[in-house]
Design a binder for this molecule. Structure first.
Ligand SMILES: Cc1cc2nc3c(=O)[nH]c(=O)nc-3n(C[C@H](O)[C@H](O)[C@H](O)COP(=O)(O)OP(=O)(O)OC[C@H]3O[C@@H](n4cnc5c(N)ncnc54)[C@H](O)[C@@H]3O)c2cc1C
Length: 387
């Protein structure tokens, strides 16, 4: 059985869709597999908006990747005519000494990125929609904004198809089996062989990848839409994409529809999902009430009860960084998972790096810190036990 195409990509969320596009751009014969439809709301790549920023709150090596991603977002927009990335500006705010705020300001300063540091009085004057306590500060991010997740996945697959990619949607991959010179992908339709396979299954990584079994934990993230009392104060021009750090942890977006804004709140770690086949999509009242308290305090001009909610599933590693690169025990299998709540903004460049590994076995990008061969601690055994 000769390989049917050079490369297969398993899982067509943001990361797999972008990988498929980047491979197709290089003229590689690529097959993409997705167990649901193209652009669905069961994984991590849905919910209207995702934050984009080039400032680094944690790892400085992300900034060059974000800048490269920016160019690729624009390339995909130009190729498909779709509007994907809106650089409406960003704002990070919270206690002036909060680590994330200090790091964001430092990364902007060191990398020569435009930004302003606002004290509490200036924060209150410029952005009265937010709570600004004595001791709070803000850092603006003129290159910040948001990406549209559903349209992005659809655009990448549309472009990949135009360039000759074959897409197997509603096709669940049961196994990815490395052999000496090839890799077998098994689906209900049979087995196919490929030279290399990129595996990008998001929260379902543990089902397919031995390397992810103890290191990628599925978690559940809730976001909600709220009604501002004065919607005119929450437009793109007046209300940048924000992240509040420190004692309150929340992020949100300007209004896309002229009447609601979306906010995500994460007081504690996102709950673990044990049953990834039938994850609960119900948002309990206790959670809604805890969100209500944060909204009432941090965004006083917003009605604190949500008008809609959404649940996303995402794979998290213990160190918060993705696994991107050849599997340590099977170099023809490229891992692209564990994006830990921050992969969307980088998706096109992560896809291009996965395409590097799939075509050349190496990448020139500085992403050793994402290598699956690094020491990644396992999650505690009781976190991983399925209910
Ligand atoms: C609520 C929420 C908010 C977030 N906010 C931000 C943000 O503001 N900014 C940011 O940059 N990032 C953010 N992230 C993170 C970002 O969205 C994710 O890192 C990114 O979408 C991950 O994409 P993915 O392709 O790895 O996963 P997914 O989009 O979940 O894709 C995985 C795909 O694999 C498919 N699949 C799984 N198993 C199989 C199989 N066996 N066979 C075939 N197909 C399979 C699934 O159906 C799915 O389509 C957020 C995530 C969530 C959930």
């Amino acid at each position: 059985m000769d390989p049917e195409a050079t490369v297969a990509v398993v899982g067509l969320g943001a990361i797999g869709a972008m990988t498929t596009w980047r491979l197709a751009e290089r003229g590689v014969a690529v097959h993409g597999y997705e167990r649901f439809g193209v652009s669905h709301d069961r994984g991590a790549s849905a919910g209207q908006t995702r934050r984009f920023s080039v400032q680094s709150q944690r790892e400085r090596r992300f900034t060059p990747l974000a800048l490269e991603a920016l160019d690729l977002w624009r390339e995909l927009e130009a190729a498909t005519g779709r509007r994907l990335l809106d650089l409406v500006g960003g704002l990070i705010l919270g206690p002036a000494d909060a680590d994330a705020l200090v790091s964001a300001a430092r990364s902007a300063r060191e990398l020569g990125l435009d930004h302003e540091v606002l004290d509490s009085a200036e924060l209150a004057r410029r952005f009265p929609q937010h709570l600004a306590r004595p001791g709070d500060a803000g850092v603006t991010d003129p290159m910040g904004g948001f990406v549209r997740p559903e349209a992005s996945v659809a655009a990448a697959i549309e472009r990949a198809r135009d360039l000759g990619a074959t897409i197997h949607d509603y096709t669940r991959v049961h196994a990815v089996e490395p052999a000496d010179e090839h890799v077998v992908v098994r689906t209900p339709d049979g087995a196919r062989r490929y030279h290399r396979v990129v595996v990008a299954p998001g929260a379902w990584a543990r089902d397919l990848l031995p390397a992810a079994r103890t290191t990628v934990l599925p978690r559940r993230l809730v976001q909600a839409w709220y009604l501002p009392r004065d919607p005119a104060a929450y437009t793109f021009e007046r209300f940048p994409v924000f992240e509040r750090v420190g004692d309150f942890k929340a992020y949100g977006f300007p209004s896309l529809d002229g009447s609601t804004i979306k906010v995500g709140i994460y007081g504690t770690a996102h709950p673990i999902v044990h049953d990834t086949e039938n994850p609960s999509r119900t948002v309990g009242l206790d959670l809604v009430r805890s969100f209500r308290d944060v909204i009432a305090e941090c965004l006083p001009g917003v009605h604190p009860d949500p008008s809609a909610t959404t649940v996303g599933l995402e794979g998290y590693t213990t160190d918060g960084s993705a696994l991107l690169g050849p599997a340590p025990d099977a170099p023809n299998v490229i891992l692209a998972c564990g994006f830990s709540g921050s992969g969307f903004k980088f998706a096109p460049v992560m896809g291009d790096i996965a395409a590097d590994y799939a075509t050349k076995g190496a990448t020139a990008r500085d992403v050793e810190f994402l290598s699956p061969a690094r020491e990644v601690a396992s999650w505690p055994a009781d976190f991983l036990t399925r209910a």
